[in-house]
Design a protein around this ligand. Structure first.
Ligand code: OAD
Length: 257
């Protein structure tokens, strides 16, 4: 990657007034968490989404679905933020206007120190009752869950109504959280620079935020070493991992201060 492109993107960052960041699974790849669809090791290359990410799948086999999410919860809990998460958090310390919209259900942005953030697809640790939707707190991930994604584990039961508890993620066919979506639309309306990081751009309506920004004439930078659908609608494409690109951009922002 030429330093000229990084320098040009660093200039755009410095000159922007409302910086918006939109992240996907590639953001957490260098923390050891699998993406969904860009390699043979990705989650949806190994497991069928209709079984593990739908209300029907949960109704059909709760122990299979909960065991898989317990495996993901255990791996996320063990993972640590990477250099990309840390650089974004440090950038937020320098730039109060920075906001993050993530499709990720992990908490690595927050653990790095990011505060102005919404989760479009929910948060895996915010479990709730499948029947009455009340939050369920205090789940202890069973020993062994971290090693075996096919371990069958029954979900805990709701302390209010006795219904089964489901993971706090948005499944296929479900609406996005209303507040997170309206906040995201507002940030897209306000931003003058959008940084899109590690997302294939195939899941709607999340991906439409990038088209909305495009229609507004916002400058867009993509950080993705692979083949994102967003390639066609961005001004600059940094074909690098987030853990390399973001520290390099941060360095350029800091050196000009
Ligand atoms: P995908 O797995 O579809 O795409 C991951 C993107 O990250 C690809 O474009 C990769 O090229 C890129 N990538 C891989 N390593 C990277 C790195 N080190 N740095 C930067 N980019 C990298 O993941 P998403 O687009 O996030 O939904 O998937 C969208 C949604 O589909 C997810 O939120 C999930 C899934 O079904 C729910 O959980 C509801």
């Amino acid at each position: 990657m030429s330093h000229d492109v990084l320098d040009a993107c660093g200039d755009l960052l410095r000159n922007s007034r409302h910086l918006l960041v939109f992240t996907g699974a590639g953001m957490s790849a260098e923390s050891g968490l699998p993406t969904f669809r860009d390699s043979d090791n990705s989650l949806w290359a190994r497991w069928p989404p209709e079984t593990l990410a739908s209300a029907e799948g949960f109704r059909d086999d709760k122990a299979l679905v909960w065991g898989w999410y317990a495996w993901r919860m255990a791996n996320i809990a063990k993972a640590t933020p990477n250099a990309g998460h840390n650089a974004l958090a440090e950038l937020e310390d320098l730039r109060a206007d920075l906001a993050v919209i993530t499709q990720n259900v992990d908490d690595l942005h927050e653990r790095a120190g990011t505060r102005r953030i919404v989760h479009l697809h929910g948060s895996i640790f915010q479990s709730r009752c499948f029947a009455c939707a009340r939050p369920f707190v205090g789940y202890e991930i069973p020993d062994g869950a971290i090693e075996d994604p096919s371990l069958r584990i029954m979900p805990p039961k709701c302390r209010h109504c006795g219904g089964y508890v489901r993971p706090g993620v948005v499944w296929f066919g479900e609406a996005l959280p209303v507040t997170a979506w309206s906040q995201s639309e507002q940030w897209v309306r306000e931003c003058d620079l959008l940084l899109v990081i590690g997302t294939s751009g195939v899941v709607q309506p999340a991906a439409s935020l990038v088209s909305m920004a495009r229609r507004r004439g916002v400058t867009i930078i993509l950080i993705d070493p692979g083949q994102s659908e967003h390639v066609a609608s961005v001004d600059h494409h940094l074909r690098m991992g987030a853990g390399t690109a973001l520290p390099a951009l941060l360095e350029r922002v800091k050196s000009a201060r």
